[in-house]
Ligand binder design. Structure first.
Ligand code: AMP
Length: 423
């Protein structure tokens, strides 16, 4: 399968080639022809699945074909709703890059909250062809008559589950009311909880359903590791891993803003170029950090899930779960940040004894066991106390469930193995 069989015009194929996309990803192969044909689409697709180009390429083609030659006033034909400022910027950049060779120039407006509204209003003067926006700020601009949505031909909901998680249900409803009834709808979500399904089914018309199997199956190059460790040894373990593994960049996930500050400060004290990436930093500061991270001026970003949402850094070699995520879906999102589009990556989770059961649920969801490891010098106290010397040696085989005392079942299995019976 390659891009020229999907019905795209040469100018877009040129942009695809310039970005060095060799073959369409699964979601692209299915979505591009459907979107070109004007169908509604409901796709299960995570960050990293190539979903942005999956909707951007065919929509650019359609808007190009429909654009009136020489008209000065631009009408919003495509509206992309996104959950975060970061994602709005990334989607905007991708669309601009893919549109580069198109004969009729398009105006793209990227709109987000948390920044001054005036420049955005100025930019919208004379209209725009494509608007990418977070919901709250879009409503502010609509209230100010800074734009009109009555000519929107296609609505895209990008990361719909996250839009709902962030409490944008009412805003989306109000925006939908301002859109023409007859329009194309594209719905992308990494998960389909009942609430997400309800939103999808309420707005989609006989959608083409694109169910990309688990992210894990699509990106088999993510090596998952789980290291059993005590809470108070985690920072030392992180420093050790960063030095030992020599990752050029690593994204570390923590549970709270406070943890992102304290962990990044401790890394700095250990001589590592680290920054806290959380909602306390201004939009400008966060953009700056991302640029520095991509340019290898920052080695480690210590991020909360919310702030890290949609961060797209090509070639991220590793992700560390310093704190486990709350849900299995978040886990899949987090580890999907590494091993992007074919490149290999490592995802390491720190497992505290009290979180062992939680990690098992995460494993169950992806139908995959991740062997527990212990690293010499970082063994959890409960294990170290039980350990014989041979087990503590660095050559000891890893695996088994070492984050926790042996259960009755484990003891029975061990006994069975010794007795030469199948375990
Ligand atoms: P997305 O899922 O849209 O956030 O895209 C994830 C990453 O994959 C981005 O860095 C894209 O530039 C890249 N990408 C998108 N489509 C392809 C493709 N067909 N081949 C290789 N990389 C791609």
């Amino acid at each position: 399968m390659n891009f020229d069989t999907l019905g795209l015009i040469p100018e877009l194929l040129q942009a695809v080639a310039a970005r060095q996309y060799a073959t369409p990803t699964a979601v692209q192969a299915e979505a591009i022809p459907a979107v070109l044909a004007g169908e509604d689409v409901m796709a299960l697709a995570q960050t990293g699945s190539g979903k942005t180009a999956a909707f951007a390429l065919p929509l650019l083609q359609r808007v190009q074909e429909e654009m009136e030659e020489g008209s000065k006033q631009r009408k919003v034909r495509i509206l992309v709703l996104v959950p975060t400022r970061e994602l709005s910027g990334q989607v905007g950049q991708t669309i601009e890059a893919l549109a580069e060779h198109l004969p009729k120039k398009l105006k793209v407006a990227v709109i987000y909250g948390g920044a001054s509204i005036n420049p955005q209003m100025m930019h919208l003067r004379g209209g725009a062809d494509i608007v990418i926006s977070t919901p709250g700020r879009l409503l502010d601009l609509l209230d100010n008559n800074a734009l009109s949505l009555k000519d929107v031909a296609t609505l895209v909901l990008d990361e719909a589950d996250r839009l709902l998680d962030l409490g944008f249900a009412d805003e989306i409803k109000r925006i939908l009311e301002q859109l023409p009834d007859k329009r194309q709808n594209l719905f992308f979500s990494a998960t389909f909880s009942p609430a997400v399904k309800k939103l999808a089914l309420g707005m989609l018309h006989e959608p083409v359903r694109i169910a990309i199997a688990d992210l894990i199956e699509n990106l088999p190059d993510i090596a998952q590791r789980a290291i059993a460790v005590d809470g108070d040894k985690r920072t030392r373990l992180l420093v050790y891993l960063i030095k030992e593994q020599q990752w050029e960049r690593v994204l570390v996930f923590v549970a709270t803003k406070y943890a992102s500050d304290t962990v990044s400060n401790k890394l700095k004290k250990a001589g590592i170029k680290a920054e806290a990436f959380n909602g306390d930093a201004s939009q400008g500061a966060r953009q700056h950090m991302l640029t520095d991270f991509k340019a290898n001026r920052i080695q480690v970003l210590v991020a909360t899930d919310l702030a890290a949402r949609g961060i797209d850094v090509a070639g991220l070699p590793a992700v560390v779960n310093y704190d486990l995520p709350r849900s299995a879906d978040d886990y899949i999102h987090r580890i999907g940040r590494t091993g992007r589009a074919g490149a290999s990556g490592t995802a390491i989770s720190f497992i505290l004894a009290e979180h062992e059961m939680h990690f098992r649920l995460i494993e169950k969801r992806q139908d995959k066991r991740v062997p527990r490891e212990t690293l010499p010098g970082f063994e959890p106290a409960a294990i170290a106390a039980n350990q014989t010397d041979s087990e503590a040696s660095p050559d000891a085989p890893t695996g088994g469930i070492k984050g926790k005392r042996k259960s009755k079942k484990d003891k029975l299995r061990e006994q069975a193995a010794k007795d030469g019976q199948p375990g």
